[in-house]
Design a protein around this ligand. Sequence first.
Ligand code: CIZ
Length: 326
Amino acid sequence: MALTVQEKDRMVADILRLKKERRAIILSHNYQRGELQDIADFTGDSLGLTQQAAKTDARVIVFCGVHFMAETAAVMNPDKLVLIPDPEAGCSLAAMISADSLRRWKAEHPGAVVVTYINCTAEVKAESDYICTSTNALKIIESIPPDREILFAPDQFLGTYLMKKTGRTMHIWPGYCHAHQKVRTDRIRRLKEAHPRAQFLMHPECGCLTSCMPLADRVVSTEGIIKAARESTAREFIIGTEVGILHRLQKENPDKKFYPATEEAFCEFMKLNDLEKVLWSLEDLEHKVVVPPETARRARRAIERMLEISDPGAYIQKAGSGPPAD
Ligand code: CIZ
């Protein structure tokens, strides 16, 4: 049942009071419900949020996102208490590859370098040589010597995009995001006809990647979409990613217009987190996101390799993270 304005205001006041008492910060992903983006200390992509988590002196991090994101924050911040308001907030893409299946794939390609998209569990990260995000994936792939075989998981569309951009052949895991799968070429064509001046900003996880790429003005991550909309002189945009991002886009650019590529690009797992669960999370210090230390150590190594390549300034802590041997 929807909250009344008074109930919502009271809840927000209680959250802000408890946040202070607990020395907590609230992080929200770009795809979260608007009401959570509005109370968050930071809203951004999973890597940006993890970097914010590392910078803060807060003791408790309430991570409003899906489980792999909160896990990434826990891996990079072993001394902080990381909480997720709803522990059922999973990720369809992350669920498409397990550590066991990745180990079997690696055994079929001995010596290959494993590059894994950040949308995966900590256990899968621990089996990877490099993690990448959609912002830095191109840089990571380009840093790997051309004679090395690459296994890329779990998103087939980001993998295809990287092959097209680098001209490099990789082995690609057939995973996909169920929300980005809903973005379709025929609908993009219709939207472009209806709004001929609009720029089309597209996420590389979109299922229509191959046929939509020629229609796109930019193929970028969520932070890339936010930046492009802010910096562009265009007044209208078609947004090819999960619809939660429209809240931040509209809030930061009140004089610009944003059209979702489709309302069906909706992640119901993200939306499991809500104001009430954030309040309970702060009241009960639940639900704790804990990664076993050895898994965290190996996952951190793969994340740190990414940070060293993508953004040395953002590099957080070092744990023997040299490049993987042949
Ligand atoms: O890294 C993230 O937060 C994801 C999943 C997408 C993006 O492009 O920001």
